[in-house]
Structure formats: structure tokens, C-alpha cells
Design a protein around this ligand. Sequence first.
Ligand SMILES: Cc1ncc(COP(=O)(O)O)c(C=O)c1O
Length: 440
Amino acid sequence: MDDHRTLPVPSSLLSTRMPFEPLDYSHAAGSWIHLADGRRLLDASSGLVCVNIGHAHPHVLAAMERQARIATFASAGALRPAVQEELAVRLTEAVGRPSDAVSLTSSGTSAVELAVSLARLVQRGRGEEGRHRVLTARLGYHGNSTLALGLSGHRRRRPHPDDALGLAPAFDPPYPGHHRACPFDTCRAECVEEVVKALHEAGPETVAAVLIEPVNGTTGGAFTPPPGYLAALREACHRAGVLVIHDEVLTGLGRTGLPLGADHCPGGEADLLVLSKGLSAGYHPVAAVLVAPDHAEVLRGGGRPLPLMGTMSATPLAAATGLAVLDVLREIGALAPGRVRGAEVGDAVRAATEGLAAVRRIRGVGYFHAVELRPGTQAAALREAREAGLLLYPFNGFEADGGGEGLIVAPPLTVTADEIDFLTGALRGALARTAPDRNP
Ligand SMILES: Cc1ncc(COP(=O)(O)O)c(C=O)c1O
């Protein structure tokens, strides 16, 4: 299935479509989407892997309403950003980086761009005027702006070569089948050598930062790096004077069962950290870049203007929403370090997929799992899943030849035991009915 495909459905909206009609819905609550015809579907990928605390959570709705009555907008610079200040403090505590500075914005893409700008400013503030390049992995996604797409290793979404600003991903990530020159049976921390090579090729004195997803999101589907990889990456980058930016737009704030995806591969803390989906939880656009204290000091003392804020960068409504989402995440234990949550979701995915002809392999961690499918089965699997009462997010294009099909299973972090039982049964039934010979 091609996620750029459009259907000839009469509509004034120019938007990406699935290869079948969108569903009419009446409302969404908790883990469920209620359809106009009275049926309901389990939102088994949390929307676009963002509705992490379920839909219509009363605590968040109440906080949004309260803030809306006070002020939805307050001119940045002219009015004291009290709610935004509170969010900055709470966010840094939530991810165990209490001394960081925070810059707020409105989407994952704009936060990635902001992190890139801040990294370049830090380098220039340190007297490294020539460091502007950003190196990224050949499997990864960082957003839909021209810059972010140019840096993203998403084969189906690569911009036209004329439009890519001369940008392209630079190194193979340490995932089976994607590290093409891997000298080991399976990737190890030493596979960071690919990044070192890319730094040399680019000329390390021109590189500002390496930008990576610590746990791969929906490009390859939930790949995790080998133990020690992020620490080795940090060491190699710092040796070369290069900053590390972690894109945790999708994984941050509990999706992988720990506060950060990078917590699964400790010792490689980022210089700059990008968060968004987990913070907005799909309620209101909000995103953040966390900056390690040394770098924040350079930014504050450098005498150079910080990147311009956009009009809707950090509204009080966005901040109040983020604060309420953090309340809920803390209450459900999603921000507690140490114990990986969500094992029951992994068990469900294993039970649902075992021995099925349509399934090639599965992987994942916490509340974030990928089911790789046999070629030609994705559209049928999505259709069968809908029939069985599941809404799932497709991913594709991760193979070297542009093929590769899969489904993301990523229910809200608030999913109940009964809902997981439903998920297991419905997914197994749907995939069992998805025989490769029933290709579209
Ligand atoms: C890892 C990652 N980075 C960046 C983005 C872009 O975020 P947004 O769609 O909010 O602009 C996404 C979105 O899916 C993502 O998964």
C-alpha cells in the first residue's frame, strides 16, 4: 500500500488517503472510536501513535476548558509566560533532565527544525562557525517540512531530488537488514563505526549534530539499537565536537514503556531532545526541545538571537494541555523510571501473530510494536482489522527496493486488560483471514 496514494473520492480536501473509504465517526472516548453506524473500533495505534492517554480524558478536557476561559493566546515576549514556564519545569523533571532549558513549539517537525537551529547556534557560540551539517540515519523520519524530509530516511517520502535542499541521510542504522556492511551476525555497539565514517566523509569540522531516533518509529517499525550503541554514538560524536539530537517525537513520555526510548539503551544521553506526540497526546499541538545545561548557557551567553518563535509556538492553551497530559502520565506510572511497562501488549502481539502465514516478523517494546507482513497483504490486513473492530496504522517502504509492509500496534498507555484481550482476539482473527492469496 502506498501512503501517498489518493482515491478519486469527491472531496475539497487535498489529503493523504488509505486505499479505502474513510469511516464516519460520532465521537472518541478512552481507547475507542465510536462510528456513526453505532459500531466501535479499538484505536489500536493511538491515532498516529499520539493519543497516549486515550481520547477525551476528563482531566485534560477540564484543564483545556479552564485555560480557554482564562486566555487561549498571550503575545510571546509581551506577557509573562507563566504556564509555559511551569510546563518547562515539569517536562524536564518528567524525563529526568531537571537542569535542561526548554524551547516550546507546536509540532514534531517544527521542534526538529528548532533543535537543528539550536545545535548550529551552540556550535557557532562555541566558535565553531563552520559546523552546520546534520547527519541522519538511512532509516528514520523527522517530519514533513522540506528540511526534515531532506534529512529523513523514509524511502516513500523522500522529496524529489530537486527539492531536497541537497540533503540526504548519511549512515546505516544498527538494525538487522539495514546495516548493509555489518561485520557481525547481529548489530553491536561497534556498528557506530558507520556514523564515524559518515563524519569523516562529511568533514567533521562541518558537522553540527547527528540527529537520530533512539528507537525507530514508524519507518522501519520499532527497531531498537543494540546495547551500548547510544553511548558509543555520544562518545564518537563528542570526540568529533558534534552534538547528538534525539528525536523522541514518537517515543518520548512513555510510549516504549519507559519515560524515554533512549532509556532502553542507557549511557547515551542526548545534547538536545525533541518531544511532541507524547506531550500533546493528540489533544492540542505542542512540542518541545530540551537543551542540556552547558549548551543552554552557550545559547544564553552567545549574544546571538535565538530562533524566531512562530505565532502559535507556545500558547498558554498548548502549555496547559501539556501540563494536564503530564499529570495523567504521572498518575498512570508512565514517567516512573526503572520498570519497563506494557509487557502485556507485547504478549498480546506475540499471541495474536504466532504461526500466521501473513506475518513475517514482529518486534517492539512497551506499548510500541511492529508486525511485518508478507508482501501484498497490508491492505487486506487493514480491512480485516477494521471488520474485526481494530483501527491500525500501516507502515511501509522500509526495504531497500522500496517494498516492505507492516502494521503498528500501539494502543494507548491507559489500555485495560479487557481491551488487550479484545486486541489479541481481533488481531489474530484479522491476520488469520489475511491470506497472501487474498492480495488486493
Ligand atoms: C520520529 C518523528 N519525528 C518527527 C515527526 C514529525 O512530527 P509532526 O508530524 O508532529 O510534525 C514524527 C511524526 O510522525 C515522528 O514520528
